[in-house]
Design a binder for this molecule. Structure first.
Ligand code: AMP
Ligand code: GLY
Length: 425
């Protein structure tokens, strides 16, 4: 089976790494990939969100399966364009991708499904938001308990930059002004608890829940600082036991898929449930229509069955026939970031050294390129994910931190405490 993977992040490198180990693999291509995928796949040039470029790559490679990594090509209708021509695709069409590309659509959808989430008010105009903020009791979302904080969200895609949590009114006002200049604003009650990422593979009829992961969104140790795209993830998560996962399935996942069967045709791929586990129970924070990054980098190395069989079944509509297995081990993924990330950071920093991939430590590149003059250079804010695998969390964590220290480029930094809050009091 020839596979074409769209995207250039560490998630796509982890996907390519997994497909490279598949018995089904007879050819691996990435559009555009990165300097890491270059070693195991043929990187193609082109914009993965441009349906014409993707169709060209699909025809040229004769790929039997196209796996779409990031949200932008999904929102741009790349999966629809490919399916129209008869391609087998892992990833939903643009209409279903609205579950991620429009938070306003997603919230209305999850309400129709009866899924518990944060209480939300929507605004189209700055004047309405300003009035609400000054008139509402303590600036709280109706029905929500007082917390002093609010969460403001841009409805459309924002690459992890569309959310502000704050109790500072002037900060809330300026963020709202920025969003309402060209988009809708959602104001949510601030939920407290811990976050889980739950992935369900689906062919639109059946679904399969994968082991839960926990990402770490805040930039700095102890979960402080600005929100990022994700500073590292751990899998499995000890608190996500059978009882909790069954409850999440019953209250959030199953009702969502019932609503999908009613409203959205032909969803094939993965639906990602971003969940806050609160004292009152699990609450949906958001849907994503793709695998998580950095969660995939921790999850995929634990998959012991063949990813080729699994993703092919999802894309082909026979999820009921597959039962993936996972190693009884622990994985800790750590993001190694550029100086200044997530605010303002340079790209194109020369990478001096990387740890070896030795089976228990893995290095996944994100957006790196091999420059003819300067060698390997960084390509974004989150530059690498290193993953430690081990018999338990502590062994995996030790290996991940060792590997993260060996990623050397000017100003590189990482969060050394990924997963700790789940294992140490
Ligand atoms: P989202 O893009 O909706 O997942 O939001 C990004 C991050 O902001 C989440 O992963 C949470 O860390 C945080 N967040 C979003 N919504 C809320 C909420 N209602 N209460 C508390 N934190 C939130
Ligand atoms: N790790 C969160 C995301 O992929 O959106």
């Amino acid at each position: 089976m020839k596979v074409l993977i769209l995207g250039s992040g560490a998630r796509e490198h982890a996907l390519a790494w997994a497909f490279d180990r598949s018995k089904r693999n007879t050819g691996l291509f990435c559009l555009p990939g990165n300097a890491g995928t270059e070693d195991i796949a043929l990187n193609l040039t082109g914009d993965p969100s441009d349906p014409l470029a993707v169709m060209g790559a699909w025809r040229a490679t004769g790929a039997d399966l196209v796996v779409i990594g990031p949200e932008a090509p999904l929102a741009a209708g790349v999966a629809d364009a490919l399916r129209t021509e008869g391609a087998r695709v892992f990833g939903p069409g643009a209409e279903s991708a609205r579950l991620e590309s429009s938070k306003s659509f997603a919230r209305a959808f999850s309400d129709r499904a009866g899924v518990p989430s944060a209480r939300t008010v929507h605004f189209q105009r700055l004047a309405d938001f300003e009035r609400w903020l000054s008139e509402s009791r303590d600036g709280q979302v109706p029905g929500a308990p007082f917390s002093g904080r609010l969460v403001l969200k841009k409805s459309g895609l924002a690459a992890g930059k569309g959310v502000l949590e704050s109790d500072d009114r002037s900060e809330l006002r300026s963020f709202a002004r920025l969003i309402l200049a060209d988009d809708e604003l959602l104001v949510e009650e601030y939920l407290t608890g811990y976050e889980l990422s739950v992935f369900a593979l689906t062919d639109g009829k059946n679904y399969l829940i994968l082991p839960a992961c926990a990402d770490h969104k805040k930039a700095h140790p102890g979960d402080v600082g600005p929100n990022t795209g994700g500073m590292g993830a751990v899998c499995p998560v000890p608190t996500a036991d059978r009882t909790l996962i069954d409850r999440i399935d019953r209250e959030i996942v199953a009702p969502t898929f019932r609503q999908i069967a009613r409203e959205l045709l032909g969803y094939r791929g993965v639906l990602f449930f971003g969940i806050m586990v609160t004292a009152e129970g699990p609450r949906l924070l958001e849907y994503n229509v793709r695998l998580g990054d950095p969660e995939s980098q921790s999850l995929l190395p634990l998959l012991s069955s063949d990813i080729g069989d699994l993703f092919d079944a999802v894309a082909g509509g026979s999820v009921a026939d597959v039962r993936p297995t996972f190693r009884d081990e622990s994985a800790v993924g750590i993001t190694v970031a550029a100086p200044g990330y997530p605010i303002d950071y340079p790209k194109g920093i020369p990478v001096e050294s990387l740890p070896d991939m030795d089976g228990s430590s893995l290095v996944f590149h994100a957006g790196t390129v091999r420059d003819r003059k300067r060698g390997l250079v960084t390509g974004g804010g989150r530059c690498f994910t290193v993953v430690g695998l081990g018999d338990d969390y502590f062994e995996a964590h030790g290996r991940a931190v060792d590997a993260a220290r060996k990623v050397r480029f000017e100003g590189s930094w990482f969060r050394p405490d990924i997963g700790k809050s789940f294992f140490l009091d």
